[in-house]
Write a protein that binds this ligand. Sequence first.
Ligand code: ADP
Ligand code: ADP
Length: 231
Amino acid sequence: ESAVSLQAVRKRYDRGEPVFALDGVTLDLPRGSYTAVMGPSGSGKSTLMNLVGLLDTPTDGRVVVDGRDVATLSGADRTALRGEAVGFVFQTFNLMPRLTALDNVALPMVFAGVARANREARATALLGGVGLGDRLDHLPNELSGGQRQRVAIARALANDPTILLADEPTGNLDSKTSADVLALFDELNAEGNTVLLVTHERDVAEHAERIVHILDGRLERVEELDTVSHI
Ligand code: ADP
Ligand code: ADP
């Protein structure tokens, strides 16, 4: 079974003139795959991320995450599945400013009911894994942008998600730091993590195995990349 499957998904917004933000999207994200989404502003990328990330539900069609059809879930069950199955990484990092790196990474495990000793051990290991083993007690504003994004990536991995969703994760980073963060995603995918990355930048998208081009709410083209040439 796939990590995520979208079948003939439509999403209509009725604020003002009704608009189909997504209109017949079928997309399969196999476990361990690395997919990038590209498309102009207003093409439906955020809507797609919100559906895959269980923040929203489709108007028509099916969204299946980790074998669970979103339409069959109550709001509370959808929220619970989101916490277990989805790791979010944002352009603006979205760390809690008054929590240390360790506590930011541990927070999703608090919501998942993991015991304190276990979540501290796992948060420590995750931060070590992203190269921040010596920054556990730093607050976000004591870290560089690249370090903040690595904390956010460690946090996204806290509950061993089915899918890692990254929305313009290098949008606020300089090119050197972006390269480091993208190398980290490459490594996480090589370790078996399923990654879906939204970006405006072709160079960033080329880290994926395939690029899904979206236009006016439809999949315009799926481009398979030769991953070997990018290593
Ligand atoms: P992108 O992320 O590619 O810029 P979006 O998914 O944000 O695209 O938007 C796709 C379309 O849906 C646009 O026409 C946008 O105006 C519309 N849209 C997105 N969110 C809403 C909303 N909450 N209410 C009404 N229209 C929306
Ligand atoms: P990286 O490239 O790994 O993101 P930098 O080389 O930018 O890190 O930063 C080096 C060190 O300087 C970091 O360990 C961090 O503690 C500190 N630092 C960088 N930027 C800031 C900042 N805006 N505020 C506080 N400390 C910072």
